[in-house]
Design a protein around this ligand. Sequence first.
Ligand code: BES
Ligand code: ZN
Length: 590
Amino acid sequence: MAFKDPASYADLTQGKIKHIDFRIGVNFSTRTLDVEARYQLQEPVQGSLYLDTFKIDLKSAHTDAHELEWKFDTEDDVLGKRLHLKGLKGDSTFTLTFRTSPESRALQWLKASQTAGGTYPFLFSQCQSVHARSVFPCQDTPSVRFTYSAEVEVPQGLVAAMAAEQTGVQKESGLTLFRFTMPQPIPSYLFALAVGNLAFRELGPRTGIYAEPETIEAAAWEFAENELKMNEAEKLLGPYLWGRYDVLILPPSFPYGGMENPRLTFLTPTVILGTRGYTFLITHELAHAWTGNLVTNATWQDFWLNEGWTTYAETRITEVLEGKDVADLHAVYDEKRLIAVMEQVGMDSPYSALKLPPDEKDADRFSTIIPYYKGCYFLQECEYVVGRERFDEFIQKYMARFQFQSLTTEAFLDFLKTELPEAFEKVNVQQWIYEPGLPEERRKPKSHLHEEVERALDDYRQGNKPTREQIGNWHRYQILSFLQGLPRKISIEDCQYFEDILELEKRNDVSFFYHFFLIAIASGYQVVLPRVEQFVEKIGRMLYVLPVVRAMSEAEWSRGYIRPLLERVRDRHHQITVRAMGEILKQAGL
Ligand code: BES
Ligand code: ZN
């Protein structure tokens, strides 16, 4: 299909990458990767090949037979530089040697002091959406898939982990060499590497966990049910085709809750609550092994195919594992979040449509929760009209038909029309997919656990606050829903009261901090400042930290603290987070 991914320089009519063999040296003192990469193409290429790069220092380019002429001939702040390889003479392999930049957008190099153990440095990558190009030259579009092998050399004492199968470890003088292979074809955004003082613990026959030794015990307990989850996910989505499913616990600066890197989900440590109360995040990342990793959005304009489908699968699996009551409670909470974000983005903005604007090349701008929940609701509507049984058959057929392929929204709709024509007749597909906002005609989530919260919120509006005991008996999501439903501005006395009964410190749950800080900042509860600053310094998870920074920029009393705070966190956070924080300041005119 001839379509152009606006997020990439790649011209797929030239040819496609099929396989890469990497040799990677990890250098913590220069904060660079020294890489030799041998590329194999699907077919011999004549003439030019364009690759995406970002701050890559290319040293040499050659085929087995001859040197290649090359030039960085186009440049853009978002897309990076186009690497133009010239003079390919029907070659199907070539080798590039290069060095990444300390400012590589995908990589975060952490000082030992930023880790749980405090004695070893740490490195991790986050390539989604368009940052693989800052690790290696590639066709950085999810419509191209390749397999790879990698040899990763790290200083002795450190362990390398990749979203791939580990095939060997070899000690050399002062260094350790880790070997990996990824036999299933992946899009570039699923390339992932981490290096640190990592321990490994088996959880089940196909599941395990990597974490620093200081956290492994708690992590192994928290995620003990992963094997069970896999079995449940397979019932809904079909056989798991990636071999193992391991999880890697990262330092708290990790910019996301989780990242579905194949075979090895990357996870924020903030979900280790000691209660297994946040493990639906695993359900989400695990579901991506099918919806996203196996069947992939062809461009970031089709992002809802990844996230909407995954959110749908997540809710189905949560319903089985945690019961309908809990799933319904989540659903109401999430619907309120969705509506709030949509109102912020604009109910009539093209960014609240499922198919995203074709001219937007900065895919990180798509990372709102809209494609997640609006996409999920659309699929739920389809399920309602054909019934669960038929929809479940459709899911399995969809996975089998498009496995290891990338597809556009339009290709998905064609498939839907053929397989479930009634869905097309009874659901306003055009409106759901191409129009902004939320269709009025849809099933709205309902939850009796949430109704209890609404009563408490009504009472609060009448002047009666919930008691510590009342909250003590609530489900975690009931408390979060209560905080979510409170007015943004409340009295200082009420801030103190909620702070007291919520027992924030004891809970150590970032979702609680997040909700409470938003209220405290807007309400002018200034004693919270040192804790807010600590939070922004430590937590990189953008879903939580960005709204807190935005709230600070909106309240008169806190605006002046942001700029210096941002300067302090600049080299503590991942580039993606720093960039997004800078964007908020710019919007606020600070
Ligand atoms: N794939 C996303 C993370 C992502 C999105 C990275 C966009 C880069 C660009 C991941 O699966 C995800 O959605 N994570 C969520 C958790 C989820 C439970 C909603 C997160 O990080 O909060
Ligand atoms: Zn996701």
